[in-house]
Design a protein around this ligand. Structure first.
Ligand SMILES: C[S@@+](CC[C@H](N)C(=O)[O-])C[C@H]1O[C@@H](n2cnc3c(N)ncnc32)[C@H](O)[C@@H]1O
Length: 270
């Protein structure tokens, strides 16, 4: 089903390489689910297997995007003018800077992804407006990203920042210490900063969990976690209502449940 699934988990296979197109790739699977064109057959096969078990996953992808954009709106409405989108993905409109600048025209936005192809897309398509930047960076190396941000004075850490980590942390395995990664960013943030997270839930239907098990040893390998584990990632932030819940509950009360459950939570640094 997926090339490269044999052997022990390897960061090389799980870190996208520009010319290694034979492995399923999380950014391209997501692009396909969102209706984009920047994907390959191997990614579409994986996505189609997921869709055969839970066709509403395409809808869920849009609920999750909408959750992210709502978090950006909330932060911009609270006066935040700096946005850091970690694991930004292949560009899909509207994007963070478009939404933030509707509310706060001077908003500065940095898009970060570890996939060189995604980074090239972001650099080419998103960074035309002044104050919008794309960086190549791996969230598993937070200090490298923080150094890039500081050395190029892209973000003023004396002022609040809104960080979006949307559907990224489930690609970080437990032994890669996701809580420590978040703490490294959190410790730099000024009071009033926001952190929005979406994370795949262990409460997803078993048939969905079974398909994603086939992503082992690729950049799409995931570790889904519980609501309690996801909430723990927001330690040090005041959890905003309605808390860590399926993302659609952040949008409207009447949206349907999905067999794949994506949790969303937003915190504000006191
Ligand atoms: C499912 S997509 C989500 C994209 C975007 N956040 C959104 O919600 O539309 C996951 C993205 O996270 C990126 N990603 C995964 N692990 C990463 C890491 N360790 N560092 C940086 N980016 C990462 C992938 O390359 C991909 O673009």
């Amino acid at each position: 089903m997926v090339e490269g699934t044999e052997g022990p988990a390897s960061e090389d296979n799980r870190t996208p390489q520009p010319f290694n197109l034979g492995l399923v790739n999380s950014a391209r699977v997501y692009d396909y689910l969102l209706g984009g064109k920047d994907n390959r057959e191997i990614d579409r096969d994986m996505a189609d297997q997921m869709l055969s078990r839970a066709p509403e996953i395409k809808t869920l992808a849009w609920f999750t995007r909408s959750f992210m954009l709502k978090a950006v709106e909330m932060a911009a409405a609270a006066g935040i003018r700096q946005f850091l989108d970690l694991g930004s993905g292949i560009p899909s409109s509207p994007n963070v800077h478009e939404v933030a600048r509707e509310i706060e025209p001077s908003a500065r936005v940095v898009y970060v992804d570890y996939d060189p192809v995604v980074h090239a897309h972001c650099d080419a398509l998103l960074t035309k407006p002044c104050g919008v930047t794309a960086l190549l960076g791996d969230v598993r190396r937070p200090h490298d990203i923080l150094d890039q941000l500081k050395n190029h004075t892209l973000i003023d850490f004396d002022e609040p920042v809104a960080i979006t980590l949307i559907s990224v942390l489930h690609y970080v395995m437990d032994d890669e210490h996701p809580a420590e990664i978040i703490a490294a960013f959190r410790d730099q943030l000024a009071p009033g900063s926001y952190l929005a997270i979406s994370h795949g839930s262990v409460d997803s239907a078993p048939e969905v969990l079974q398909v994603i098990a086939g992503t082992k040893d690729t950049s799409a390998q995931v570790t889904f976690r519980s609501a309690a584990q996801t909430e723990a990632f927001l330690a040090g932030f005041e959890l905003l209502e309605p808390g860590v819940v399926p993302v659609q509950q952040w949008l409207r009360p009447d949206l349907p449940d999905t067999r794949m459950v994506m949790l969303g939570g937003i915190g504000r640094k006191p």
